[in-house]
Design a protein around this ligand. Structure first.
Ligand code: PRP
Length: 216
């Protein structure tokens, strides 16, 4: 039971593809929190009284925000989101699951536009990652168009020449006549921690991180 002066530690978990593996890992660590997955309830936050933990699910891009402001002590989210949001948080552990790659993709012919450093249009859910890659790493001036999903449509309907997006199996690209043109970086699920929480609750957080590490 949570003692008198022990405060709850709160986990923010990104909704979507990482949830299943995240839950499995927490379960292996002896941390029960399946209730957050219960589709029948409209409740947003769940408490494990025994361990003094709280859990909530949030949209991926909001997880680093909750953690930076201390609304959550710990967050589990994809490296893509951490890079894109660029929040002041500590990244403490690579969980190794949710492995995929951030890539520049497009039709085969677009390779030429990349090689010649042409002024091209790039559609992406990740405008900051796209900007950093083209402006800072490639020194190529491009026009970046922010989309919110189904980014592969960009080159198909001539909104953009290429896209910057996540590739996991590659089947979305293949089924739409697109391919990986350049690889930006590998991605996977990560644990992030609020900077103040890390100082105030060092021992409890270190134990949780070690438990996760041991159960990967
Ligand atoms: C992601 C990503 C690609 C796809 C890659 O989209 O944006 O579209 O998965 O996976 P694959 O290489 O295994 O085909 P997601 O399904 O998250 O939805 P979105 O289109 O709304 O971003």
């Amino acid at each position: 039971m949570i003692g008198g002066d022990m405060r709850y530690l709160t986990f923010a978990l990104g909704k979507g593809r990482l949830v299943k593996d995240t839950m499995e890992l927490l379960n292996k660590c002896g941390i029960e929190c399946e209730e957050v997955l219960d589709k029948k309830t409209r409740k947003l936050i769940f408490t494990n009284e025994e361990l003094g933990l709280k859990f909530f699910l949030a949209k991926g891009p909001d997880v680093p925000t909750y953690v930076e402001y201390g609304a959550a002590d710990i967050g589990i989210v994809g490296a893509d989101t951490i890079l894109e949001e660029n929040r002041r948080v500590y990244e403490v552990l690579d969980l190794g699951f949710g492995k995929c790659r951030m890539c520049v993709c497009g039709p085969h012919d677009a390779k030429r536009l990349l090689e010649h450093r042409e002024m091209i249009r790039v559609a992406s859910k990740y405008p900051n990652i796209a900007k950093d890659y083209f402006f800072n790493k490639k020194h190529q001036t491009v026009d970046i168009i922010k989309l919110n999903g189904s980014v592969e449509l960009g080159p198909i309907v001539n909104l953009s020449d290429v896209i910057v997006d996540i590739v996991e199996t590659g089947s979305t690209l293949k089924e739409n006549g697109l391919e990986v043109l350049e690889e930006i970086c590998p991605l996977s699920a990560r644990v992030i921690v609020n900077q103040v929480s890390m100082q105030m609750e060092t021992e409890r957080i270190r134990k949780l991180i070690n438990a996760m590490k041991e159960n990967l």
